[in-house]
Design a protein around this ligand. Sequence first.
Ligand code: ZN
Length: 71
Amino acid sequence: MAAYLYRCPERHETTAEAPMGEAPESVHCACGARAARTFTAPMVRSGPRAAHRMRDVAAESAENPRIAHRA
Ligand SMILES: [Zn+2]
């Protein structure tokens, strides 16, 4: 299994696990919108992307508390 990142039009991020190469193109976000799979490769651990991920996670935690409570 690998973790894939999805992002809905509201820019919420959702992580879904699926076998390598079998991740669906989209999933339902907790807000009800369709979240599209991002280009991010599964299991990226280091490199320039790491800084991007840190920033995305910070933004997500800032705007997603209501989603977390609904889950
Ligand atoms: Zn959403």
